[in-house]
Write a protein that binds this ligand. Structure first.
Ligand SMILES: Cc1cc2nc3c(=O)[nH]c(=O)nc-3n(C[C@H](O)[C@H](O)[C@H](O)COP(=O)(O)OP(=O)(O)OC[C@H]3O[C@@H](n4cnc5c(N)ncnc54)[C@H](O)[C@@H]3O)c2cc1C
Length: 316
């Protein structure tokens, strides 16, 4: 069977669609594993799962050592061949630990999964996007994590029928305990689902100047603001919700406007899948222009008010 798990509902639905071709090739069902009904079995079935296994445990707090053993027990019980896990922060940690427990390989952020020489092969980005490696498993089980938005979720089909079962795992003693959980400071921004993102970088001289980005985002009715790492991590002008790139959020909007961002590979890694990329930078040699569909060479302090006004007029 192809076992699918994610701690993120949308990614879970995407993976259920992504599992379809593999399940067809191996002539096996798609089985969704969920922990403590965090995602409803009906939702998982309507998005493509043939069977839903609900793991019943009182351990509701994610702890990778425990969750990995739960999945391992299911995999061994059902002789599972392929395991697809959503590439969230927890998902990546879970997949690698699970693969180690199963004494098999693990491909993190796998794309372009194919069956070659009767085994699974996938690509993954290496060196911050400067190279693509092709990796092949030498033996099953195959453990892979899939980046968010790599597959598109199917429209839910509520007429689909599927099997619902529960599984009570054997709890093992883990020599560590969670003593405190601190919620990350959040402004409730969801860049990953935004259709239009206007992003700012170190080209901005002061925190107050981000108002220029806000004005542009408002007239575009996108209202989502992104930023490069220094703005969130070093200057702390915006919360980490806005941070886009290799170590931030990966986004795929219809329109991405990068203002005062140089276009280092670590930033590009997070926004390169945007449909249309527009860059504003005063340096005509800035790397960002290599990734942009449209470029404006100019001082953002002159360009942004004009751009905002022009769009305002155009949009009535
Ligand atoms: C392991 C690792 C992970 C990383 N992860 C990320 C990540 O996830 N996301 C990320 O963004 N970075 C990441 N970085 C950092 C990355 O390498 C760059 O340092 C960062 O992206 C640069 O941010 P910036 O483009 O805003 O600033 P800068 O590189 O300083 O660029 C500022 C740009 O603004 C332009 N500019 C200046 N003034 C004006 C003006 N008045 N008008 C118009 N343009 C102007 C300049 O020409 C310049 O191109 C990572 C680095 C490492 C090592």
């Amino acid at each position: 069977m192809v076992l699918v798990y994610s701690d993120n509902k949308n990614v879970f639905f995407e993976l259920l669609h992504g599992a379809h071709d593999l399940a067809k090739h191996f002539k096996t069902p798609i089985v969704a594993a969920t922990i403590q009904n965090t995602i409803s079995a009906d939702d998982l079935i309507s998005h493509g799962a043939d069977t839903v296994i609900t793991i019943t445990t009182d351990k509701t707090q994610f702890k990778v050592e425990e969750y990995a053993t739960y999945l391992k027990q299911i995999i061994e019980k059902h002789k599972t061949q392929t395991i697809l896990i959503g590439s969230t922060k927890n998902g990546k940690e879970l997949a690698s630990r699970l693969a180690a427990l199963l004494n098999t390989g693990c491909i993190i952020d796998a794309t372009n999964i194919t069956i070659t020489n009767n085994t699974l092969q996938a690509n993954r980005i290496a060196y911050s996007g400067n190279a693509i490696t092709t990796m092949q498993f030498t033996q099953p089980p195959y453990v892979l994590t899939i980046p968010p938005k790599y597959y598109t979720a199917l429209k839910p089909d509520t007429s689909r029928k599927g099997e619902k079962t529960t599984f009570k795992p054997q709890e093992i003693m883990i020599p560590s305990k969670i003593t405190e959980v601190k919620t990350l400071k959040s402004e409730g921004v969801n860049v990953e689902d935004a259709k239009i993102i206007v992003s700012c970088g170190r080209g901005f001289k002061n925190k107050a100047d981000i108002k220029l980005i806000q004005d542009l985002a408002d007239v575009l009715k996108g209202r989502t603001i992104g930023c490069s790492r220094p703005i969130a991590a070093d200057l702390k002008w915006l919360s980490e919700d806005h941070w886009i790139g290799l170590s931030g959020h990966k986004v795929k909007p219809k329109l991405y406007i990068a203002v005062g961002i140089s276009g280092q590979i670590q930033h590009i890694a997070g926004m390169r899948d945007s449909d249309i990329i527009v860059a504003v930078n005063k340096d005509p040699e800035a790397l960002i222009f290599n990734s942009a569909d449209y470029g404006i060479v100019g001082d953002l302090y002159e360009v942004l008010p004009k751009l905002t006004n022009a769009i305002k007029e155009k949009m009535g």
